[in-house]
Design a binder for this molecule. Structure first.
Ligand code: INI
Length: 157
């Protein structure tokens, strides 16, 4: 077991261009996710000029912009940030499923990491917990995932 080659992404060389696509719906929570993501990128050495923030109305619109950006080829990773909260709507399941599925499709089509930092929770309290309070910050996690995947992909190509 210890003799096997272990290939994984690193957090040391973070050169790359990052696009954040964030929704305005449930804006207070999403702003906390954006702050978490930007903070994580910058603390790992990513400079302001290599981070672009695109804003869309809601989680359902995130995949279109992510797809467009992935196809344009100007970024090394895309970080999707949003908050879908069941309490808000009967079509929670559609918004949650379609936003995640659209991102996966674009990631595979364009071979670019797309970190899914879209919270899907039953309550606003659960969303707040995952946006920088007692259960971490999903935006931070998504940014770290993007850094790691860029690094790992470089080792394969
Ligand atoms: N968009 C969200 O980002 N989160 C939600 O919780 C949400 N709810 O509950 O409805 C939501 N709906 C809007 C949707 O993403 C689209 O913006 C809208 O349907 C227009 O296409």
């Amino acid at each position: 077991m210890n003799d096997i080659e272990n290939i994984e992404g690193e957090f040391t060389n973070t050169s790359g261009r990052y696009a954040i696509v964030a929704s305005r719906f449930n804006g207070h929570i999403v702003e906390a996710l954006i702050n978490g993501a930007v903070d994580a990128l910058k603390r790992h050495g990513v400079i302001d000029a290599d981070i672009q923030l695109y804003r869309v109305p809601g989680a359902l619109e995130i995949p279109l912009i992510a797809e467009k950006l992935a196809g344009a080829g100007q970024h090394d990773a895309i970080i999707a940030l949003g908050a879908v909260i069941r309490g808000d709507t009967p079509h929670f399941d559609i918004v949650a499923r379609e936003s995640a599925s659209g991102l996966s499709t674009s990631m595979m089509r364009h071979n670019i990491p797309i970190s899914n930092g879209i919270l899907t929770t039953n309550t606003i309290e659960q969303a707040v917990e995952r946006a920088g309070t007692k259960a971490g910050n999903k935006g931070t996690e998504a940014a770290l995932g993007a850094i790691e995947m860029i690094s790992l992909l470089k080792k394969i190509s």
